[in-house]
Design a protein around this ligand. Structure first.
Ligand code: F6P
Length: 536
């Protein structure tokens, strides 16, 4: 890719780019040139370090990388996850009933909707109180047990859409194998009123299986030990029916999905069962419609007018041409407090790769580190570094015009900060301006803001289930675009395997009643010995 004319044009353009102050001063119509309204979102990318030529070269780069063909291949169901020989069809999870998408010759859309219908019937029974626990009480508490994609999506969506949730039901999420996570989640809950949803694509994940076994013990202990209680207090979401039934969960209470749904792309599959119970099937379907709207925009819009494609290309621009190692996502909505954490798996498990699709080492840096916190809290913490530090950190600001909790002036105060921050980042404050304010010369340099720090603003009227679907799809497709330019497989995650395998070896060494013969390096050996001594 680095030998492509577009890449080289971008490299030379990067050297000669004017400051954002000058770019805006030279073109009063700049904002309109770099704004798009599509699929229910407004995207202002005018405060990026770009000109019209930059965008044209980035689009050339996308074309050189075959982005169009890659998009078509993904949506068609080709096995683009080559290292696992799988199709990548999270887009089918939100396709309308009338669509037809084939994997190995079979249309998957009817199956998708059959599972959604089954989830809806189950959710309605829980929400109406028709589903009774072992002692005849209705369910009041729902505990999702899962990790990674089987947790981060459900937690994020529950928090994001809490406004739409049933407030007489309580929702809890257990992910960590640290027993504290389980203990605190179920503290004060009545087992007779508690339903566990064990969410695991593979149904073999150490953390989830350990927590699920503990949940079964906790449930049975609180319900008199009758194993029949499991059927009333456990549901499973998995692709692995055999493991689900071995665990003792009735497969009638199992909600399936498919190997063509990656864990981090699964919040809109049956993995979203807790979300659906919380917000109801109607709202869940609205969320899916939002996803689909953005999917279709990404699939059909020319790259120059394509929000996810441009978003992804800008990420490549900063990552590879400015050496930006991180990207911040700053939602100005408290309900999106887990959105950055959700995006960390989506972006970094997808594009944290050093090997290209052809098996060779990549030529450029790949996935940046994504991080963030809701505004305005971050402003009183790490924004100092974004404004005046030595590193370039491109930022995404996410804002809504209407609050779901309109209280006095809060929303105007909140959103004024979005606009102020992007303005300050782009334009800064010169030494002359600081001096003109009468700042003493010794202090003046400390009060200078260089500006020229890039940001995007994503805006919508308000946070709804559909808006959430659109936002998540936008980032999924941005990640896809970035992966296409880097020619990597954004859909495998071999990098999590080594640590898992080593832990399996270490577990018996920690649990052995006799001193184990250790054959690790001297550091690991001594840490294991110290742990054994301390816990004794
Ligand atoms: O951490 C690796 C991973 O495989 C993620 O990709 C996945 O989301 C998570 O573990 C959970 O996997 P499962 O749903 O199979 O329990």
């Amino acid at each position: 890719m680095t030998t492509q004319p577009a890449w080289q044009a971008l490299e030379s353009q990067r050297e000669s780019l004017p400051h954002l102050r000058d770019l805006f001063a030279a073109d009063p119509a700049r904002a309109e040139k770099f704004q798009i309204e599509a699929a229910g979102l407004f995207f202002d990318y005018s405060k990026n370090l770009i000109t019209a030529e930059t965008i044209s070269h980035l689009v050339d780069l996308a074309n050189a990388a075959g982005l169009r063909g890659r998009i078509d291949a993904m949506f068609r169901g080709d096995k683009i996850n080559t290292t696992e020989n799988r199709a990548v069809l999270h887009t089918a999870l939100r396709a309308p009933r009338t669509a037809s998408i084939k994997v190995d010759g079979a249309d998957v859309v009817p199956e998708v909707h059959a599972v959604l219908d089954k989830m809806a019937a189950f959710s309605d029974r829980i929400r109406s109180g028709d589903w009774k626990g072992h002692t005849g009480k209705p369910i009041k508490n729902i505990v999702n047990i899962g990790i990674g994609g089987s947790d981060l999506g459900p937690v994020m969506a529950y928090e994001a859409l809490r406004h739409y949730s049933r407030r007489d039901l309580s929702f809890h999420f257990v992910s960590n194998v640290d027993g504290t996570d389980f203990a605190e989640a179920v503290r004060g809950l009545d087992p007779a009123e508690t339903l566990f949803i064990v969410s695991s694509k593979t149904f073999t994940t150490l953390e989830t299986m350990t927590n699920a076994a503990t949940a079964r013990e906790w449930s049975l202990a609180g319900l008199g030990g009758d194993k029949a209680a499991v059927a009333k207090h456990f549901a499973a979401v998995s692709t692995n029916a055999q493991k689900v039934s071995e665990f003792g969960i009735d497969t009638a209470n199992m909600f399936g999905f498919w190997d063509w749904v990656g864990g981090r792309y699964s919040m809109d599959s049956a993995i979203g069962l807790s979300t659906m119970v919380a917000i109801g099937p109607g709202n869940f379907r609205e969320m899916l419609a939002g996803f689909h709207e953005m999917d279709e925009h990404f699939r059909t819009a020319p790259f120059e007018r394509n929000i996810p494609a441009l978003h992804g290309l800008l990420a490549v621009w900063y990552n590879d041409f400015f050496g930006a190692q991180t990207a911040a996502v700053l939602p100005y909505d408290q309900y999106l407090k887990r959105f950055p954490a959700y995006l960390q798996q989506l972006t970094m498990e997808s594009n944290g790769k050093h090997v290209a699709l052809d098996g060779r080492r990549v030529e450029t840096d790949t996935g940046p580190v994504y991080w963030g916190e809701p505004g305005t809290n971050g402003q009183h913490s790490f924004y100092q570094l974004i404004h005046q530090g030595t590193r370039l950190i491109p930022c995404d600001f996410i804002a809504f015009a209407k609050s779901l909790n309109p209280l006095g002036r809060h929303q105007d105060l909140l959103i004024s900060n979005v606009f102020a921050q992007t303005e300050a980042l782009a334009f800064g404050k010169t030494l002359a301006q600081v001096e003109a304010e009468g700042t003493p010369p010794a202090i003046a340099p400390h009060r200078v803001f260089e500006g020229n720090r890039p940001s995007n603003v994503l805006m919508a009227e308000k946070l709804t289930p559909a808006t959430l679907g659109r936002l998540v799809s936008l980032y999924e497709m941005s990640v896809f675009t970035q992966g296409a330019i880097w020619n990597i497989n954004s859909f495998d995650q071999w990098g999590v395997e080594l640590g898992k395998a080593l832990a399996q070896k270490i577990i018996p060494e920690l649990e052995s009643p006799t001193e184990p013969a250790l054959q690790h390096d001297s550091s690991t050996n001594s840490l294991i010995r110290r742990y054994r001594r301390l816990k004794a």
